[in-house]
Design a binder for this molecule. Structure first.
Ligand code: SDX
Length: 442
């Protein structure tokens, strides 16, 4: 605890009267005392919300690797220990015992739903899975060759042209149900359009994941027989992707949402951010990487040599993480699930063998070890998606289906935060000083 010195400028404290731990910053002959806030898991942060006003200084943190953007009670990650919890529940327990809709409720409202609440949510979602017939025609105007991620982002943004602003509690609840209910239908429509097949209508007698599979693989000529093993695998994949605190796409949702833009448009911005190959788009890149290695018969060692070469753009996709400096707990669960699914569906899988060989070699290679690069959620997810028949260009759409409740929960938390204000970072300007427009310019 820093002793209060009358010469030290004390900035606004964020504690409620309790002795506030502080950090001191000395600059230009003056010392500033900055409040230090502490989270429920012992994480501590220097509160710089008054720094510029009191000292004229701003902080500089490209990529926000050291910057806390908010307080949040939704997801806790300990990157050093490989811990991930949704509202305090370990991901391993939720993966084993919960369902995606139950986890969605947990993320959105903070507690596991009662059986009645869960039943009501299932019912509400079921009766909102259909798309407005005029809205459904949106897909007809998209090029068949378009990647389903920009199609999904455009379709979700277009929901705001059909439905009213989510500006009351009731309308917000309705918008949340619509998004959870319609996202699988939108995803399936994007896929069906891309292969020139008629889009399928949802069925009210199927559960969330079975309905998605029905809309993806059923046709008007032939009903799709849902394999419960596959439906369960998808439910698990959605749980594992449901939230991950302030990642790139969630931070995008918070920033766009902070301007009080429409919820549908805000979620559409999250979909666009997730598409990037450094983020959710990595799951598609992993499979393309594994297939390249398989086809070129290049060994894991040859590929890893390229991935370590600074002059080579090759990266070991699905490896590394901004927060996890140990094994991503989701990757560990997915690796086991890979083996189970492949064993049930018959035979080994060449891509899984290559992935496991890559992991084995990388985790004993100094380059990856010293940089603490481990498999992340995207490393094994693609192998499962492919094994259960999801087309490669739909992998990141699957990530979108999973992350949707997390984005909405973070948006809700931001909206209800008393400290809520529009996000507007500062900069360090490095451009020209003032100069005059040339008088001789014609
Ligand atoms: C997701 O944030 C989240 O929570 C995201 C996510 C979620 O659930 O929302 O977990 C989902 O996006 C997972 C990440 C998926 N992306 C990939 O798998 C792409 C491959 N990984 C990297 O591009 C990278 O690891 C990132 C983007 C994931 C993290 O980037 P950072 O934190 O900015 O790290 P960095 O690029 O500064 O790398 C640090 C060092 C560098 O080497 P040096 O300059 O120190 O010599 O590690 C190297 C990098 O070159 N490095 C890699 C590497 N990842 C980092 N080298 C080879 N292969 C890699 N995959």
């Amino acid at each position: 605890m820093t002793l209060r010195d009358p010469n030290i400028e004390t900035m606004g404290t964020s504690g409620e009267g309790a002795a506030q731990p502080t950090a001191q910053l000395t600059f230009d002959g003056k010392t500033f005392e900055l409040p230090v806030i502490e989270g429920s898991e012992g994480e501590r942060a220097v509160d710089i919300s008054r720094l510029r006003g009191e000292s004229g200084l701003i902080t500089f943190d490209p990529g926000f690797a050291n910057t806390g953007a908010c307080r949040s009670a939704i997801t806790f990650i300990d990157g050093e220990k490989g811990i991930l919890r949704y509202r305090g529940y370990p991901i391993e327990e939720l993966a084993k015992r919960s369902t995606f809709l139950e986890v969605s409720w947990l993320l959105l409202y903070g507690e596991l739903p009662t059986s009645e609440q869960l039943e009501n949510l299932k019912q509400e979602v079921t009766v909102h899975t259909m798309l407005h017939e005029d809205y459904r025609r949106l897909f007809d105007f998209m090029p068949k060759s378009a990647h389903p991620m920009p199609v999904s982002a455009a379709a979700v943004a277009a929901l705001s042209t059909f439905y009213r602003e989510a500006d009351t509690e009731d309308r917000i609840h309705r918008a949340i149900v619509r998004l959870l209910a319609k996202m699988p239908t939108i995803a399936a429509c994007a896929y069906k359009h891309s292969i020139g097949q008629p889009t399928m209508y949802p069925r009210n007698d199927l559960d969330y994941c079975s309905n998605f599979l029905h809309m993806m693989y059923g046709t008007p000529c032939e009903e799709y027989e849902v394999d419960p093993v596959i439906a369960k695998a998808i439910d698990l994949l959605l749980i594992l992707h449901a939230d991950h605190e302030q990642n790139c796409s969630t931070s995008t949702v918070r920033l766009v949402g902070s301007s009080q833009a429409n919820l549908y448009a805000t979620i559409a911005s999250g979909i666009s951010a997730l598409w990037g190959p450094l983020h959710g788009g990595a799951n598609q890149k992993v499979i393309e990487m594994l297939e390249r290695i398989a086809v070129e018969e290049g060994s894991a060692d040859v590929f890893l040599r390229k991935a370590k070469d600074k002059n080579n753009v090759t990266r070991l996709m699905g490896f590394g993480h901004r927060v996890y400096k140990s094994y991503d707990p989701r990757a560990a669960i997915l690796k086991d699930t890979c083996k189970e699914i492949l064993a049930r569906m018959g035979g080994s899988n060449r891509l899984l063998e290559i992935a496991m060989r890559l992991e084995e070699v990388a985790l004993s290679d100094e380059y990856f070890v010293e940089r603490k690069l481990y498999p992340n959620v995207d490393f094994y997810s693609g192998v499962i998606y492919q094994a259960i028949g999801i087309p490669v260009n739909m992998f990141t759409v699957m990530f979108t289906l999973g992350r949707l409740p997390g984005w909405i929960a973070q948006w809700l938390e931001m909206r209800n935060d008393p400290a809520f204000r529009i996000g507007r970072p500062r900069q360090v300007y490095t451009g020209h000083e003032q100069r005059s427009y040339p008088t001789d310019r014609g």
